[in-house]
Design a protein around this ligand. Structure first.
Ligand SMILES: Nc1ncnc2c1ncn2[C@@H]1O[C@H](COP(=O)(O)OP(=O)(O)O)[C@@H](O)[C@H]1O
Ligand SMILES: [Mg+2]
Length: 437
């Protein structure tokens, strides 16, 4: 069975990392949008299975949830909650570094997710902005557990390598890793969030001290746990952080990081993208606190796939899963099977969320009314039926009162509606064998 092809309709490619490619897809069975991650073919499938198992253990508002792990013709796919938005690198490229207090609140979201992972015996080993997703409504979610390890008793060797600037020295060297390896990456993430790297603003002393201790080269000098690191940070206001909504384009991978100096022209260019459009659904209450951002109040766009040749029911589910409405129209077609979408309006491509999609669904061939054939000659009746696309079956009946070859009866009766290709049986008169004329 084509487990992926039968159930999921790929909408677009949303991103790519070192390990795999992620697609947005519509789950036709459950009528929702999902993300599908496939690993590059050269990589061991165990990595994806491991990622699926790690995610399945976790249940945290700041971690992407996993729906399923599916095999299809020898390849494995991870079906994930789809986060409509961008990753933190893209978000920061667009908005610039956060104010220190907001950097800390955003950081806490990620750190609490990592904290839960550690409590469940999972090391992430790849914490970095490209693996933190920001939804259009501003939620922050940690993803990409490809390098994650289950903490066995004692320590284990790191994956060897990692993302420069975020992976701790012991991980890069392939030495033993533990919670402090993730603490290092969290320290680097906090530094990126607070913006000291970009010299945009000086993080307050307390944050700098935390960053310095978390990113100490020697694990012994770091915070022993994420909890200890969190405790050293200044108190937030305790509110759940949501970031200002981020832009989405039809292919997020097209977003080039922009420097702060380039920011203004880049924004204009962005608006000019034909398939782009700034996505800013709900500018949430907490955005008020982020008043230094220009909150974009433009409508959210989704990418409408090609629905022609889909069954009407699955096309409707796909439309609903993209937060769109459907309007069905019926039309006869001699060629398209009944129940299949023949036309769609608008065409595939970006459309505003909530808009209505017109779907023209085939009713199959137009039925025809059977003519009244009685008293016609056999040749005329057969000609009339064939012209309507109907088949003819002939049976004979002796009659002395009708000319030979006259239609005496028909089944079904005149005016019955039949689909082309159906058979009409006609009764034709013949002379009895004893009749002399
Ligand atoms: N659940 C998701 N929803 C939306 N986009 C996602 C999701 N997961 C990943 N992405 C996008 O795909 C990119 C690559 O995914 P990731 O899991 O990090 O793959 P890799 O292991 O190859 O780094 C991410 O940086 C992000 O842009
Ligand atoms: Mg990644």
């Amino acid at each position: 069975m084509d487990a992926i092809k039968d159930r999921y309709r790929l909408v677009r490619r949303v991103g790519e990392g070192g390990a795999g490619v992620v697609y947005q897809a519509a789950d036709a069975l459950l009528g929702r949008t999902v993300a599908i991650k496939a690993l590059h073919q050269r990589l061991a499938v165990d990595l994806l299975r491991g990622e699926g198992r790690s995610l399945a253990r976790l249940n945290h508002p700041n971690v992407v949830s996993v729906h399923d792990l599916v095999e299809d013709r020898g390849r494995w796919y991870l079906i994930l909650e789809y986060v409509d938005g961008c990753h933190l690198d893209q978000w920061l490229a667009e908005h610039g570094p956060l104010r220190p207090e907001h950097a800390v609140e955003t950081f806490r979201c990620v750190a609490r997710a990592v904290q839960q992972a550690h409590q469940l015996g999972i090391l992430h080993c790849d914490i970095k902005p490209a693996n933190v997703l920001v939804s259009v409504s501003g939620e922050v979610k940690l993803t990409d557990f490809t390098l994650a390890h289950l903490l066995a008793a004692g320590s284990f060797r790191g994956p060897g390598g990692g993302s420069a600037g975020y992976a701790a020295p012991e991980q890069m060297a392939g030495l033993a890793v533990d919670e402090r390896t993730d603490v290092y990456a969290l320290g680097a993430l906090l530094r990126r969030l607070a913006g000291s790297l970009e010299q945009a603003s000086e993080p307050p002393r307390q944050i700098e001290v935390t960053i310095a201790r978390a990113t100490a080269p020697n694990p012994e000098d770091r915070y022993p746990t994420v909890e200890a690191m969190l405790a050293s940070l200044p108190d937030g206001n305790g509110q759940v952080t949501r970031l200002a909504s981020c832009s989405t384009v039809s292919d997020l991978t097209r977003v080039d990081p922009i420097t702060r100096q380039e920011k203004q022209p880049a924004r204009v260019r962005w608006l000019a993208l034909p398939t782009g459009g700034l996505a800013a659904a709900a500018v949430l209450a907490s955005v008020a606190a982020f008043s230094h951002f220009t909150a974009q109040a433009s409508p959210v766009r989704v990418t409408l796939p090609d629905l022609v040749t889909s069954q009407s029911r699955s096309a409707q589910l796909i439309v609903h899963s993209l937060a769109l409405r459907d309007r069905l129209h019926r039309a006869y077609s001699p060629t398209v099977p009944s129940g299949t979408v023949m036309r769609q309006q608008p065409a595939p491509g970006p459309v505003l969320k909530g808009s209505t999609i017109d779907l023209v669904v085939s009713e199959g061939p137009r039925p025809v009314a059977v003519p009244d054939l009685r008293s016609m000659s056999q040749a005329a009746a057969v000609g009339a039926l064939r012209r309507l696309g109907l088949k003819v079956a002939i049976q004979t009946e002796d009659s002395i009162s009708h000319d030979s070859g006259t239609i005496l009866g028909q089944s079904p009766a005149a005016q019955t509606r039949l689909l082309p290709g159906a058979t009409v049986t006609v009764t034709v008169s013949t002379k009895p064998w004893y009749w002399p004329f």
